[in-house]
Design a protein around this ligand. Sequence first.
Ligand SMILES: Cc1cc2nc3c(=O)[nH]c(=O)nc-3n(C[C@H](O)[C@H](O)[C@H](O)COP(=O)(O)OP(=O)(O)OC[C@H]3O[C@@H](n4cnc5c(N)ncnc54)[C@H](O)[C@@H]3O)c2cc1C
Length: 454
Amino acid sequence: MPTALRIGIIGGGIAGLTAAYRLARQGHRIVLWERQRQLGGQAAAFPLLGTALEYFYHHLFLSDRDIVRLLEELGLADRLVWLPSRVGFFARGRIYPLSSALDVLRLGVVPLPDRLRIGLVTFYLQHVRDWQRFEYVTAEQWLRRWVGHRAFERVWGAQLHAKFGPRAGDVAMAWFWNKIYLRTQSRRSLFERERLGYILGSFNVLIDSLAAAIQEAGGAIHSGVGVEAIVRHENSWLVRDSSGATTLVDVIVATVPSPLVAKLFPQLPETYRHKLLGTTYQAAVTLLLQSRHRLSDIYWLNIGDPDLPYTGIIEHTNLIPPSYYQGRHLIYVSKYVEQSHPYLALRDEEVLAAALHHLPKVNPSFSPEWIEDYWVFREHAAQPIVTLRYSEQIPEHRTPLPGVYVANTAQIYPEDRGTNYSVRLGNVVAAMIADDLRQGRIAPSTRVSGSSDR
Ligand SMILES: Cc1cc2nc3c(=O)[nH]c(=O)nc-3n(C[C@H](O)[C@H](O)[C@H](O)COP(=O)(O)OP(=O)(O)OC[C@H]3O[C@@H](n4cnc5c(N)ncnc54)[C@H](O)[C@@H]3O)c2cc1C
């Protein structure tokens, strides 16, 4: 009896590539489809200034152990650097440093008693382990109660609004707890600045290495080719892609956003489809500026000021020095919006013009002359919205369809989505498939002829 499965992976982001890598090394025959011409999904990078840079800003936390282990396994550990970062909060027209516990006590946007409450609540949340009770209360309800209305509205409420807009009130406390809890894992002590990780040469170093390992193990990667339709064919799945080709596989791993999984598999039973279609996402629009000068000395600037209509400003070259980028400063101006928001439809020049108007608020000496080049990137499924009782709504990795698995960012919980967790998704689903094969829940089709028209 053959034991090698024909496995189709939909999506060449970090989750799809990790799953493909693990399964190819188990001896299975892999076909991976990626709709974009480039692999890497949300973590991909493009060539810039003699190196490469992510379309969307990226760093790692010290708690991101799965991706660090994968980098070590691929012989890339020496490319990973850990550097101190500076965090800030923009409110009431100025930047407040927010890198340490002492900075919280100096956060002048609220009076001292409010700062003490924020400090105490932060300390408390850092030590909570039984997060499950936070599934039943929204972040807004819980935080208003414990830090008070004024502190909530000026600090955490303002940040929630900057990320989730009109959906801010729906976000569960479980999501917020995790942000505070994990972030402090990147700090050795309360008074030390957090350290963040970055792969020198960009996440493409990891993406390229995974792709090479998949191909070395005999896997096929079709980039620039999206999966369009899937039908059951005897004991296999027949996959039709955007090149018009069809491929027969025994097993499918879908790493694409949940609503797209529902569309690709109309035969899924209603209860499972309901979970897929119940997932909603915030979109992200990121403007990347190549500047002659530094905008501020902060790496990660959270925004809680209605006069500056962005979610954050991430000055990449305040983490990785400008010397890596021919002396240029690289600044991401990031805005999360609902998927129907008109900002997503603005032309690139309009996105730039708006930012040039607003950036002097961050640094009064900023001038449009500083900008040598700019790019605008958009991602529709950037952030799953974690609502109340989210755990009950997550679709299982094993779907009710034979040999069909889902591994996407909406299943990451209680942690927030991130490259580390997409590596974990890939690892988990590959181990699940190995187990299902051992247990006889899935099996290679015995039909060998006519398996693909590729
Ligand atoms: C603005 C922003 C900032 C971020 N910052 C960080 C950070 O600092 N640190 C961090 O760790 N993470 C960060 N992330 C998150 C991280 O990039 C993602 O969570 C992770 O890369 C998701 O990987 P994935 O493989 O699960 O999904 P994706 O990267 O979304 O991959 C899914 C892939 O499926 C492809 N696809 C879609 N439809 C089809 C189809 N029909 N056929 C074939 N392929 C298809 C897509 O093109 C995509 O490549 C950030 C994300 C954004 C948007």
